[in-house]
Design a protein around this ligand. Structure first.
Ligand SMILES: Cc1ncc(COP(=O)(O)O)c(C=O)c1O
Length: 406
């Protein structure tokens, strides 16, 4: 088997295991999330997907294989996770990485020195650092920030550069919750021969389906909602059309940043409750948004499910849910700092998307690597707090925030 060629490998595994790729494709989203891709037959009849915790695989004979050779290039548990993510997202292939940053880094390798990539002006700080301090500074890729929620700004950024190879869009953005029109951006990108890449971490394919709106690649920090338990660091690249598979797969197995089997097994367990968790988190987020909007010490609330959000209509049109991320400004820096000290149930910690509610101080933590003048311009001030709403009782969360804000 040629394990540097994705198509050859996939065909061999499918042939050996008798996998039917259309299997489960017509089922509903929650059913797919619970049952997964379900390709690997298990003689013992395990209901939970077996964990293949192995680095290497025995070959039956020279030039014969089980479909697997070495876990950096392919492992049954990891493949089941990848195929389940591809099934849920509606892509032709997903690859699982050891972090969201590793997934993003692998996508940047599609570009070369001199290429221009338009990126959200309000990006996760780690993504900004990877783009600017690593790939722009050392490898000459030109990342230009643009407010993707403003289509006129995107058009003028397009008019200023010939070599635009991709748009890299977070929507909603982290942490100022700006929403971009994915369908309009796909038209603009494709009109220039560029790819549209969407970081779908905040809403996931349960609430937002970028491929159906024209995106070419979807990336994830799987650490967040897809995992949902704050216990795995993981990332995904999901590919819509077959033509990009070989290039992305070559980097994936050459660089060796594939997800390990045990983490893949935990992720498969997590996906089974994705819809339940997101519905519960969103319902609590709506209640907390209402509470924060009425609080005298909160000057502004940013939640895409709030009818006062500037892109509320767009969110209703292109997503089926609003998620559970809320950012809010307190009336003073001292109060923002005190909230972080006083919260008891809500945990002061970096990350988001899990069943435990977390609160973060973006200017210092998640976005600390972004230069102060850029932070100030896009609204990441010293009074901004970001809340990831978990599945605790809404009344308990409200009581905790209320005492912390008092
Ligand atoms: C929107 C978004 N994308 C990507 C990442 C990076 O993912 P990871 O922390 O899993 O490497 C993060 C991390 O917070 C994020 O919030």
């Amino acid at each position: 088997m040629d394990d540097s060629n994705f198509k050859a490998m996939a065909d061999e595994i499918e042939g050996l295991l008798g996998i039917d790729r259309s299997r489960n494709a017509g089922l509903g989203f929650a059913t797919k999330a619970v049952h997964g891709y379900g390709a690997f037959p298990d003689a013992a009849g395990s209901v939970s997907q077996p964990l293949y915790q192995t680095a290497t695989f025995a070959h039956p004979a020279l030039h014969r294989s089980t479909g697997f050779a070495y876990s950096r290039c392919g492992n049954p548990t990891v493949l089941e996770l990848e195929d389940t993510i591809a099934l849920l997202e509606g892509g032709c292939k997903a690859l699982a990485y050891c972090s969201g940053m590793a997934a993003i880094s692998s996508i940047v390798k599609l570009f070369e020195a001199g290429d221009v990539v338009l990126v959200s002006d309000d990006l996760y700080g780690g993504t900004h650092r990877l783009f600017q301090d690593v790939y722009a500074a050392r490898y000459g890729i030109d990342f230009r920030s643009v407010d993707f929620s403003d289509l006129a700004a995107v058009e003028s950024a397009c008019a200023e550069a010939d070599q635009i190879k991709a748009f890299f869009v977070e929507t909603p953005t982290n942490p100022t919750m700006k929403v971009a029109d994915i369908r309009a951006l796909a038209e603009l990108a494709h009109g220039r021969g560029a790819l549209l890449i969407v970081d779908n971490t905040f809403l996931t394919c349960y609430f937002q389906r970028p491929f159906e709106l024209g995106a070419d690649l979807v990336i994830y920090s799987g650490t967040k909602y897809l995992c949902g338990h704050n216990d795995v660091i993981c990332g995904f690249v999901v590919i819509r059309d077959e033509e990009l598979i070989e290039r992305v797969f070559m980097d994936y197995m050459s660089e060796g940043d594939a997800l390990g089997p045990f983490d893949a097994w935990l992720m498969l367990r997590s996906l089974k409750t994705l819809t339940l968790r997101l519905d519960a988190q969103q319902q609590r987020a709506q209640e907390i948004c209402t509470f924060l909007k009425g609080h005298p010490h909160v000057s502004r609330v940013l939640y895409v499910g709030d009818p006062d959000h500037p892109q509320y209509e767009l969110s209703c049109a292109q997503s089926t849910g609003f998620g559970a991320m809320i950012s809010f400004y307190t009336d003073s820096v001292e109060r923002a700092e005190r909230v972080l000290e006083r919260v008891q149930l809500v945990t002061f910690a970096e990350s988001l998307g899990g069943v435990e509610s977390l609160i973060t101080y973006p200017a210092v933590q998640t976005h600390g690597s972004i230069p102060a003048e850029i932070r100030e311009r896009i609204g990441i001030t010293d009074t901004l707090l970001r809340l990831s709403v978990g599945t605790e009782d809404a009344a308990d969360l409200v009581a905790d925030l209320d005492q912390a804000l008092a």
